[in-house]
Design a binder for this molecule. Sequence first.
Ligand SMILES: O=C(O)CCC(=O)C(=O)O
Length: 211
Amino acid sequence: MVLLKNYISLRDQAEIVRICHILGVGPGGLQRPGYSTGHKLQLHRTCFGRNWNQETKCQERYNRDGSIPPLVPPELVSLIVTSVQDARSHVNSHDELPLMSPDTALVNFYTATGRLGLHQDRDESPYSIRRGLPVVSFSIGDTSEFLFGHSRDEDKLKNVLLESGDILIFGGRSRLIFHGVRTIFPNSAPPSLLQKLKLKPGRLNLTFRQF
Ligand SMILES: O=C(O)CCC(=O)C(=O)O
C-alpha cells in the first residue's frame, strides 16, 4: 500500500472535476445508492466502465436505469498508470505491486456527513484479485479520515488522512484490505482549490481498477 501525497497537480484536479461534472449528470449519473431495505449509502456515486451493483456485489455492463456506464476517461489513464509506476519505487520488489490497466472505476462524492463503512474491494475478476492488481484511489476536495486493516477488528485498524491531490494505491498483499471512510473534515479543502475547481463543498474520490 503506497500513499503518494499531493501527487495530482491542481490543473489535473480541476480537469478531473470537470470530467466528473460532465459524466456525473444524466442517465447513470451521480446518485445515492440504496438497498431494497431502503437503506442508502452516505455518499453519491456513479461508475465508469462497469456499474457496481451494491446489492448483488457484481460489476455489471449496464447501469440500473439501462444506460451504459461511460468508459474510464482516456485523459486519466496515463496519470493512473504513471502513479502505479512511481509507487513501485516505494516497495521492495516490483512483484509486490503489479501494473494495471484501468477499465472500471467508482466515483464517490461525500458531503460533510458522508462516510463509507468498512469493506473489501473484491468484485473484480478472479484474475485481477488473484494477481493483486492495485486499486488506485484519487482524493480531491475536503480531507477524509481513511481507515484500513487486514481484518474488521476495530482495535487493529489504522487510519490515515487523505487530502486533496493524494493518490492511495493498494495492491499485491494489500489488495484485499478492509477499508472505509470514517470522517470528512468540512471546509478543509484549500480555498484556492475550490475557486479553481468549481467543486461543491465536499470530497470527490475516484477508485480505478482493472476488472
Ligand atoms: O472514498 C474513499 O477513499 C474510498 C472509496 C472506496 O473504498 C470505494 O468506493 O470502494
